[in-house]
Design a protein around this ligand. Structure first.
Ligand SMILES: Cc1cc2nc3c(=O)[nH]c(=O)nc-3n(C[C@H](O)[C@H](O)[C@H](O)COP(=O)(O)O)c2cc1C
Length: 201
């Protein structure tokens, strides 16, 4: 399928067949992420792949635990995502190594505190934009390889607990669940272009 076909035919998959995704397929998906664009070529992303059932269950249980205390109507999404993660043959945790933000702190100190704060904010945003590009590359590549995926950010409400299990202190950006689709799914609707695009003379 060409790129346009892949973009338009992909949709979120949350139910997966109980079939492992081979390591070479996972590596191909990650390779697409690694080739995303990034500011100064800093490549701030880092990926942790988990296929171990016990570890996946541990992360899923963290989300279930959080659903009991979170409130704000988020418990349903936490439980849905916990189920998706438990059911997925593979999850890929995407982290931000904060390379650019660190460089911003170290080398670009600006005397005016207000300007500096804005600089740091934009540095952080820039890294997250690059990582989002990497994630989009990955979910499209997965789709090309017949692997369904869901881009999950609700686990960020439990980032400290998840990081405790994985023994890392990096910034969690998303948890991608992956597997061969066990549901038909449906393409979600899009707002019409005239509501989202404006040409200015
Ligand atoms: C940035 C982002 C965060 C998301 N977080 C979650 C999540 O935490 N749990 C979940 O079940 N789905 C999550 N989704 C999936 C969306 O809810 C889903 O993609 C949306 O319904 C649009 O459907 P589509 O991907 O089929 O176009 C997320 C999607 C994106 C892009």
């Amino acid at each position: 399928m060409d790129i346009k076909g892949l973009i338009k035919s992909r949709y979120t998959i949350r139910k997966y067949k109980d079939v492992p995704v081979p390591e070479h397929v996972i590596n191909e998906i990650i390779e697409a992420g690694r080739w995303a664009s990034s500011v100064h070529g800093f490549q701030p992303w880092r990926f942790i792949v988990i296929t171990n059932d016990l570890l996946k269950m541990e992360i899923s249980d963290i989300l279930i635990g959080k659903s009991k205390t979170i409130g704000s109507g988020l418990e349903k999404l936490l439980l849905l995502t916990a189920k998706t993660i438990a059911n997925a043959p593979a999850i890929i945790l995407v982290y931000n190594q904060n390379v650019f933000k660190d460089v911003a702190y170290k080398f670009h100190k600006i005397s005016n505190e207000k300007v500096e704060k804005r600089y740091i904010n934009i540095a952080e945003l820039t890294e997250i934009e690059a990582i989002s590009g990497a994630i989009q590359n990955m979910i499209l590549s997965a789709h090309e390889l017949g692997v369904g995926s869901c881009w999950n950010t609700i686990p960020l409400f439990c980032d400290k607990e998840i990081n405790g299990v994985l023994k890392t202190d990096e910034q969690l950006i998303a948890v991608l669940s992956m597997g061969y689709p066990a549901e038909d799914g449906r393409r979600s609707k899009r707002k019409s272009a005239d509501k989202t695009v404006k040409y200015k003379d």
